[in-house]
Design a protein around this ligand. Sequence first.
Ligand code: IVH
Length: 695
Amino acid sequence: MFDQKQTIALQEQTSSLLKHTGNMPVSNLESLRNVLRFHEYRYYVLNDPLISDFEYDNLYKELERIEKKDPSLITTDSPTQRVGLGLIKDFPKVQHLVPMLSLENSYNAEDLYDWDRKARELSGLAEIEYTVEPKFDGASISLIYENDLFARGATRGDGETGDDISPNIRQIKSVPLSAHFNEYGIEQVEIRGEVLMNKSNFKQYNERLMEEGQPPLANPRNAAAGSLRIKDTAIVSKRNLEGFLYHVSYITGSNKRKKEIPLTHSGMLDMLWELGFRSPKKEMQVVTGIEAVISCIQNFEARRDDLPYEIDGMVIKVNDIALQERLGMTSHHPRWAIAFKFKARQATSKLLSVSFQVGRTGAITPVAKIEPVQVGGVTVSSISIHNEEYIREKDLMLGDVILIERSGDVIPQIVKSMPELRKGDEQLIRFPTNCPVCGDALFKTADEAVWRCININCSAQVVERIIHFVSKDAMDIRSFGEANVRKFYNLGLFKDIPGIYELTIQQLQGLDGFGEKSVQNLLQAIETSKTQPLHRLIYALGIRYVGETTAKTLAQQVINLFDLKGYSKEKLQQMDDVGIKVAGSIYEFFQNHDNLLMLEKLETLGVKMYKEELSVTVGNLNGQTFLFTGTLTRLKRSDAEERVERNGGKILGGVSSKLNYLVVGEDAGSKLEKAKKIPAINIITEEDFLKMLPT
Ligand code: IVH
């Protein structure tokens, strides 16, 4: 959409505008908006930012300042108009300009041969040109632009009418609020596409749900669809949704045009891309004949897991739009397009029994044993069913046939039960009233869905807390592992977390499976863990609702862990993503006498409680930006990233012209390809990287 000349000009404008933040004259308003739109496009559509978040924020704040001073200057497509719309009362129903049909599904090559044969018979052509593009697994949307401005966005609904979710669509930064359709003589246009939550945002979102004691969602599709129905735009904005637009369904306009409206689907995707939309132009291929379509699908399926978002198949479309019109549609589907569905990551199984596990916070989690079944390449034989409310919502009974899904690398989840298949001998799932381990009575507060054992000395909780403390993402005491923690605890070698640091050679020598070498390794790993970064220690403490992300936020705020003793709930709540519940839990943890005693004991035993100042002026990677790709063999990815930061460098989120070093491990993929096209990036091996670090 922006050629090289425009890019250079906009980058120059950016530099000059940045010099005037704080007192920019109104005469710069249009230039400022253009520059912000350009950087949004670089960031959200191309995934290749040219300025830092800090610089973007400064420019954005400047625009806000100018518009606040004189609100009559605000336009509906100003970058500020994505946020601040607040609460939506209800979603009005709206009629689509053209009904949103779904596609016919195909599952194998045979289905595709049949479909192609019919299309050739109807058209009289020997061979047809097709496009093949991903079938995005999200929520479908339909957008209308009028006179170049975003006018309305709607859900699919029943295909004829949907919900007007315009304020939420405005939160999706890859959807432009204005686009130069007038260059094509287009006055009104309806565009279709899909809203997605990418895999990494979905993972983070689910982690947060679990930190808050809520069941995670089964797949990113549900997360995207659910997010579009939220009535608070500020929350929608935080979900970081993305929009792919892949079909122009309706156009009105005049013949006064600078550019011709494309006559092919691939041309339409080019046009949308040129206009600033994230169309699947780069993911789409044009091929002739169905054989080529099939091989293209096979290639794509092999790369499915490398994509940053979920796809559930491919969509094959007749490229020539005139031919699409000639082929028309059946009562349900267009004849010119078909979906090819990949192997399902869902499978049916049977719920056999339920056991109740006690977690480190005393939460009782029902875990269902199911008939073992293959889903997405792994065998699943047990599955968490979270809590009583979840069991009720999903209508689960012992003996039920259930549908389960394993989406990407997310833990398998139950999608639904199938009550219509019940035979009458299914049984209710009964919750225990007492802790299955210590026998104490269980409690549940009104605002929580989980039952808890509140005996903090309950051995199940103590063991789970220690297991969590030593785990890979926490203090990472290798060679400990769950089984050894249980074994040592049962042998009475320790009874709490500080006990880990009091283990002696004498205690371990002669234990079954512990030779001299493994005793040494374990004690060394325990010793090394004493200097883990502060955020790992905070996470390792297992404070309720404090996952890795929150632990990092906390570690950024303080120098010494004990500083948190002095934090009020209000002060905690001022931190990013720390709400009332999380703040309350952190506050209580640091006011609890027993917890403080434990921390003091850990400190006495040599565990580092403070943060080494990350100085950006002393490290030898000072100011340099890094990104890792592929599998590293010598370092763990998180350790490598920590070492960059400790030495004054910065980790970037993606390959862009701002990247100084791409460190390439084994099996590197698209990041490497992208980096090769940017001469300024130094592409180095893990060995080269290690040499850059201080010895
Ligand atoms: S084309 C009239 N292209 O899959 C043609 N659909 O059952 C409109 N979908 O409802 C659809 N990726 O929500 C098309 N690249 C893609 C798609 C796609 C996902 C969804 C869409 C549609 C459903 C098909």
